[in-house]
Design a protein around this ligand. Structure first.
Ligand code: GAP
Length: 512
């Protein structure tokens, strides 16, 4: 656990030191759970967004994009169920006066059981060496099985109690598990209460006529209310999807773990409209498709798992998370939900407008069913960033910090150095920068010794370093060094564009 915490602290400080993520309003001591993306962070975020957008919109001829407003008519949120049901169960510790999400306290308890299982696996892998069969061990070891069973039973009971709004039982579960406040260490808890997560604001200048609004807590509703506009103007035929990325806002109670849970964050959501009765099939298809997208980035296949929900949201008939192994354990990265016709029907009812599709093959109109894929861009950023940060021992006994970002997502694709700041080398290096910058984000760096410049770029995540030396002046060749292998090659300047392009091009990665 301490090792995980150390690793996570390194992630947070590296993100600041290398211009990825800053605390918002830092000069005023920051604003809790609100962050700013700095010069490198904004590029990484943009690249993740683009990688998602291309995979969703550009690669699918039946999915189109949308950019709906953050402000929506307030009845939207009544119809969607957010006014009445977008709540978190809260519990206060009477001694520390600290407020917690009751479900998170219980999930953290189960997370500790998972950590115990991982420890058993690591111990056994060490003991049995080559002959270790992880799958078999997980399915037969009595201690592992007992912890797995215990965790599953706890989550099931919690899910059922939340579903039934039986908050007294959620508190009873916390007491039975003897969960203590991490701050005070006491088990002196209040009752569990529900708390609505939407931020309210007002539209209009005068107090009497101002209209109460909410900052949207998800981008999905902007898609639902535009469903028929897009279908008609785009002449879309079912099945089809509408995708959008944009800000969402939630007054999160447990806002910790850096950019994992923020109050202002960005979502990348796609609603796929299907014929009623076919939703299960599409749900399974989108589960697989989204997992493949994640795997294409090469962050390690073992770092993902599905978690099928016991407790379904008010709108879903099936739901699963794609969980990722963050530095603090497996946690939700993306949700795939079969949302039935709940949202469109609710908007029909509250607006009095028909939101139906005429299916020419069936010769009838119906309210489509919806399968949704919803991923947090900031959470994806954290997954990519934390997984890429490593400390490597080198053959010469030294070590290096390297950010092995998937090169397709790296903020800067190449750094170009003159070996020395004289003899015309800076001019040649700057010319290379000026040629390459039409195709890639590249930078020029002449400060410090070349070895130090390499280390700086390794830590910033730049896949290539290109060094101009005295030979360049006569043979037009440069040394290109690869971040991950540290291999250096002599290549012609004219080849650079091709070499970089081969490694960082989005189309090549998407075709993987
Ligand atoms: N439209 C469905 C929806 O919003 P959700 O599970 O509440 O579903 C979807 O959110 C995704 O948005 C999550 O899987 C997560 O990646 C991201 N997300 C949710 N709340 C977040 C928060 N407070 N901070 C950062 N990301 C968040």
């Amino acid at each position: 656990m301490a090792k995980q915490e150390d690793q996570f602290k390194k992630v947070v400080s590296h993100a600041k030191e290398y211009g990825y993520v800053f605390q918002s309003s830092e000069i005023y001591d920051g604003l809790s759970a609100v962050y700013d993306y700095a010069q490198n962070g904004v590029e990484l975020k943009k690249n993740i967004r683009e990688y998602w957008w291309k995979a969703m919109v550009q690669m699918n001829d039946n999915i189109v994009g949308l950019d709906s407003a953050i402000f929506m008519h307030p009845t939207t949120w009544k119809a969607s169920g957010h006014v009445d049901a977008f709540n978190d169960p809260l519990i206060d510790n009477k001694d520390s006066k600290k407020r917690y999400r009751a479900d998170v306290l219980i999930e953290d308890y189960v997370g500790k059981l998972d950590a115990k299982i991982e420890k058993e696996v690591a111990k056994a892998a060490k003991r049995f060496g080559e002959s270790f069969n992880k799958e078999e061990f997980l399915n037969t070891n009595p201690r592992v099985l007992a912890n797995k069973e215990k965790g599953a039973a706890i989550l099931k009971r919690m899910g059922q109690s939340l579903e039934k709004e039986d908050l007294a039982d959620v508190k009873a579960l916390i007491e039975e598990l003897e969960i203590a406040c991490p701050l005070s260490g006491s088990r002196n808890w209040t009752e569990v209460k529900q708390f609505n997560l939407m931020f309210g604001t007002k539209l209009g200048a005068s107090a009497d006529s101002a209209m109460d609004l909410y900052l949207r807590p998800e981008t999905a509703q902007g898609i639902f209310v535009n469903f028929l506009n897009v279908q008609k103007t785009g002449r879309m035929k079912i099945p089809f999807g509408i995708a959008q990325t944009g800000k969402a806002f939630r007054n999160e109670i447990v806002a910790r773990q850096f950019i994992f849970r923020m109050r202002e964050f960005e979502q990348m959501e796609m609603q796929f409209f299907v014929r009623p009765g076919t939703q299960k099939e599409w749900y399974e298809k989108w589960k697989e498709t989204r997992l493949e997208w994640h795997k294409s980035l090469g962050l390690g296949e073992d770092n993902y798992r599905f978690h099928d929900h016991d407790k379904l949201a008010h709108y879903a008939d099936a739901a699963a998370d794609i969980e990722f192994r963050f530095p603090f354990g497996f946690k939700e990265l993306e949700g795939i939900h079969s949302r039935t016709d709940f949202d469109l029907k609710a908007h029909e009812k509250h607006s009095g407008k028909k939101l139906q599709y005429f299916d020419p093959e069936l010769g009838e109109s119906y309210v489509p069913y919806v399968v949704e894929t919803s991923i947090g861009l900031d959470r994806m950023f954290l997954a990519v960033f934390s997984n890429s940060l490593m400390e490597e021992e080198l053959e010469n006994g030294t070590s290096r910090t390297v950010l092995k970002l998937p090169s397709v997502l790296a903020p800067t694709k190449a750094a170009i150095f003159p070996l020395v700041k004289k003899d015309g080398l800076p001019e040649v290096a700057k010319k290379i920068v000026n040629d390459l910058k039409f195709d890639f984000n590249v930078i020029y760096d002449e400060k410090d010794a070349v070895g130090k410049r390499y280390r700086r770029q390794d830590a910033a995540g730049t896949p290539f370093c290109i060094t101009v030396d005295h030979d360049t002046l006569t043979d037009n060749s440069v040394t290109i060094r690869h971040r991950d292998t540290m291999e250096q090659k002599r290549v012609a300047i004219s080849e650079l564009k091709n070499i970089i392009s081969k490694e960082v091009s989005m189309s090549a990665w998407l075709q993987k």
